[in-house]
Design a binder for this molecule. Structure first.
Ligand code: PMP
Length: 353
C-alpha cells in the first residue's frame, strides 16, 4: 500500500510535548519567556479583521518589515531576498524539495538536527552524515567533491552541541562546495556572529531563521529564509501556496518589529546559559561551550538514560539524545536554558541523584 521507502523510514520524532502537567520543561529549546505583548495584540487585531479570506501567499507584511530590520544589522536586504515558512522546518523542506533530485544526496555534519536525515528519507534521496571530531569540529569530508550531493545542511550554532562556526569558516566551506549550503541559524540570535552577509557574495549560501527560539514563538510556527532573489524565486515555486496563515504573519511581523524585546530576552537567556553551564560542571558533567539557548552535557559515568529518567520522575524534562557510533560518545543530555528558578530546580535535583 505504501512506498517501500516509507515503510523503512523511522520518521522524525519530536521532543516530548506533554500537556496539562506542571513540568520544568527543558527539552525542546523553547524560550522560557513570553513573546512581545505586541505579538498578541497584532494576532487579536488580525483575527478581528476577519479570517474568511486566504492569507497573503508571500507574507509581504513580514518580508517588508524583516528586510528593514535585517538591513539595519547587516548589508542591505530587500523583501525579494526573503521567503517565509511555517516554521523553519518548512523552509528546510522547501529547500530539500527544490534542490535534491531522485538518485542524488544531501550531506551534513553529524551529530546534528535529526530532521535533516528525515527530510532526505521523505525525498527518497541518500544522506551523507559526516562525523564531527569528538570536540565537535566539522569533519573535512563535508566539502569532499561529489557528483551526487545537491544540498549541504549546516546548523550554526549546531544542535545538540551549541558550537558555532565563524562566518569566515562557513565562507570557506561554501566556497569549496559546488552545491547550495543551507546555514540553519535557528539559534543564531544567542550567538555573537551570523552568516547573513555571506548570502550577498555567494549565491550558494542560504540562511534560514526561526521565530521559535529567540522570539519565544514556537507555538506560532514561523520561519524564513534569506537568499539571493533568483534563488528565492525558484524556491517559492515548490512551497505550499498558503504556507503561512494570516494570524502567524501578523504575529511574526509584530515580533520582528520589537527588537528591544528580543534583545532583552536574549540577554536574559545568555546570562542564564552561563549559570546553567557552571552548575552542570559543578554537578560533575562535562559541557560544551554553547552559543545557543541550550547546553550539551555528558557525564563521566555515561548513565545518561538513568539521569534523564530520574529527572523526569521528579518533573524535570531534558532531552536524551543518542548518536550511536559517534567517536565523541554514544549519547548525552541536551538541557535548554530556562528561567533562573528552573535552573535552580534542576541543579538542586542533580545534587541529590
Ligand atoms: N533547526 C534546528 C537546528 C532546530 O533545532 C530546530 C528546532 N527543532 C529547527 C530548525 C526548527 O525550528 P522551527 O520549525 O520551530 O522553526
Amino acid at each position: 500500500m505504501f512506498r517501500e521507502a516509507i515503510e523503512q523510514m523511522s520518521g522524525y520524532v519530536p521532543g516530548e510535548q506533554p500537556r496539562g502537567m506542571k513540568l520544568v520543561k527543558l527539552n525542546t529549546n523553547e524560550n522560557p519567556y513570553p513573546p512581545s505583548p505586541k505579538v498578541v495584540a497584532a494576532i487579536q487585531a488580525a483575527a478581528e479583521e476577519g479570517l474568511q479570506r486566504y492569507p497573503d501567499p508571500s507574507a509581504s507584511a513580514f518580508r517588508n518589515r524583516a528586510a528593514e530590520v535585517l538591513s539595519a544589522h547587516n548589508a542591505e536586504i530587500t523583501p525579494d531576498w526573503i521567503l517565509c515558512g511555517n516554521g523553519s522546518d518548512d523552509i528546510l523542506t522547501i529547500a530539500t524539495r527544490a534542490f535534491v533530485d531522485q538518485g542524488r544526496a544531501v550531506r551534513y555534519p553529524w551529530p546534528t538536527y535529526s530532521l535533516y536525515k528525515t527530510l532526505a528519507e521523505i525525498q527518497g534521496v541518500r544522506h551523507e552524515a559526516v562525523p564531527c571530531e569528538p570536540d565537535w569540529s566539522v569533519g573535512f569530508e563535508l566539502t569532499a567533491p561529489s557528483d551526487d550531493v545537491r544540498l549541504v545542511y549546516l546548523a550554526n550554532p549546531n544542535s545538540p552541541s551549541g558550537t558555532l562556526l565563524e562566518p569566515g569558516e562557513v565562507a570557506a566551506i561554501a566556497d569549496t562546495l559546488d552545491c547550495p549550503l543551507l546555514v540553519d541559524e535557528a539559534y543564531v540570535d544567542f550567538a555573537e556572529t551570523n552568516c547573513l552577509d555571506l548570502v550577498r557574495t555567494n549565491e550558494r549560501v542560504l540562511v534560514s531563521r526561526t521565530l521559535s527560539k529567540s522570539y519565544g514563538l514556537a507555538g506560532l510556527r514561523f520561519g524564513y529564509l534569506v537568499a539571493q532573489p533568483h534563488v528565492i524565486e525558484q524556491l517559492a515555486k515548490v512551497k505550499d501556496s498558503y504556507n503561512c496563515d494570516t494570524l502567524s504573519i501578523a504575529g511574526a511581523t509584530a515580533a520582528i518589529d520589537d527588537q528591544a524585546w528580543l534583545a532583552d530576552n536574549v540577554t536574559k537567556v545568555v546570562a542564564e546559559r552561563q549559570r546553567l553551564d557552571a552548575g552542570l560542571l559543578a554537578a560533575g558533567f562535562d559541557t560544551v561551550d554553547s552559543r545557543a539557548n541550550f547546553v550539551w552535557a555528558t557525564h563521566p559515568t555515561g548513565q545518561h538514560e538513568a539521569i534523564y529518567q530520574n529527572l523526569k520522575a521528579e518533573g524535570v524534562l531534558v532531552r536524551l539524545i543518542r548518536h550511536p557510533g559517534w567517536s565523541g560518545g554514544d549519547d548525552g543530555l541536551r538541557v535548554s536554558v530556562g528561567t533562573p528558578a528552573q535552573t535552580d530546580t534542576l541543579l538542586a535535583l542533580l545534587a541529590t541523584l
